[in-house]
Design a protein around this ligand. Structure first.
Ligand SMILES: *Cc1c(COP(=O)(O)O)cnc(C)c1O
Length: 350
């Protein structure tokens, strides 16, 4: 196969929008630094490509979930701080001890494992999410004594909603941070950045909003779309009135209908939530006018292109992928819409 072979589906990634989104978030952080969560391969975009572009914009603090993700980034640019959010297992110790990245320690066992290395770490303290982190009581009892802590952090559970839990977590975090010796304190994810300067502390850790997700109304109109899936037309065909299309024949044409079959399906993360409800056009759409007909297949979708006479076999079609809108259409979260985008796409930075 020639090296010039290109797959029939691609993600167009807008590097200018990515950098603009980071700058908007950084500005909302005020004097606090603004980092970037690039776990799950940069939310599906490609972690190294994201890191390089945000580094050029001025970002220096990055977060991944596992040591595998840290290693996959390759050599880090000068001055980059990389933290591994899931901490360090026994199986990670050899890799972690030789890595430029540091673990975010989450449990007493992780703290004990790391303390003897004398190397810096971050620490997650649980302030009510009950997912990862050491407890406030453990910290008060001296669990963190002897650690070299770069960043003490906690994580907001419901920052995308206006609920008392946000202020409660913020207050709990401020109180425990006052009793721990750490270079920096960090609480806010994307939604937390939107909550305001009270939540910024020394360093913020947005992910979703960098990639075009809108976590709260404050970000509407400010956050730009970064990811646009595009796929080539495999075949164009005509449905006659009364014809059905796709698995289980869920869509029946009431009039003659022009159809484009696209090289994209649920195996690429374009999930069946974009299918048309039985008998109707679906939520997914291309260029705002060509709706999905029938069920999304594993590798294919059908679009109604009756209003688009000029597209033909081999043409590229851009799918609507404004994340808040696509989430409403598909019933998926904005996070799932990004991280599910599969490996068959070529990723093209613009
Ligand atoms: C994923 C993650 C983030 C980023 O969250 P978003 O909601 O995507 O902004 C920040 N901090 C931690 C600990 C995370 O796991």
């Amino acid at each position: 196969m020639s090296g010039a072979w290109q797959p029939p589906l691609r993600l167009c990634l807008d590097g200018g929008a990515l950098a603009d989104n980071w700058r908007w978030l950084a500005q909302r952080c005020g004097p606090a630094a603004c980092g970037a969560a690039i776990k799950a391969n940069g939310y599906g975009l490609g972690a190294r490509g994201v890191m390089d572009r945000l580094y050029a914009a001025g970002c220096r603090d990055f977060y991944v979930a596992t040591w595998g993700e840290a290693g996959a980034l390759g050599p880090l640019p000068v001055g980059v701080s990389l933290s591994v959010l899931h901490g360090v297992r026994v199986e990670d110790m050899a890799l972690a001890s030789a890595s430029a990245a540091r673990p975010t320690l989450n449990s007493a066992a992780q703290v004990q494992r790391w303390r003897d290395t004398g190397r810096p770490c971050d620490v997650m303290v649980d302030t009510g999410m009950n997912r990862l982190g050491v407890s406030v009581d453990e910290v008060r009892a001296g669990l963190l004594d002897g650690l070299v802590i770069d960043t003490l952090m906690s994580h907001l559970a419901s920052a995308d909603e206006d609920v008392p839990q946000n202020a409660a977590q913020r207050t709990a975090f401020a109180a425990i941070a006052g009793q721990v010796h750490a270079r920096r304190r960090s609480l806010a994810n994307s939604a937390g950045v939107c909550l305001g300067a009270d939540y910024a502390f020394d360093l913020c850790r947005p992910g979703l909003a960098l990639y075009g997700g809108v976590p709260r109304a404050e970000a509407l109109g400010a956050i730009r779309q970064v990811v646009t899936p595009q796929a080539q037309i495999v075949q164009r065909r005509r449905l006659r009135a009364g014809d059905t299309i796709g698995y289980n024949a869920t869509f029946r044409a009431v009039a003659d209908t022009e159809v484009a079959i696209l090289n994209l399906g649920y195996a690429d993360g374009y999930l069946r939530g974009f299918s048309g409800p039985d008998g109707h056009r679906g939520g997914g759409a291309a260029r705002g006018r060509a709706h999905v007909l029938g069920r999304v297949s594993m590798d294919l979708i059908a679009l109604d292109v009756s209003g688009v006479p000029d597209v033909t076999e081999g043409d590229w079609v851009a799918l609507d992928y404004d994340l808040p809108m696509a989430a409403a259409q598909s019933g998926l979260s904005q996070y799932e819409l990004l991280t599910g985008l599969g490996q068959r796409f070529a990723r093209h930075w613009m």
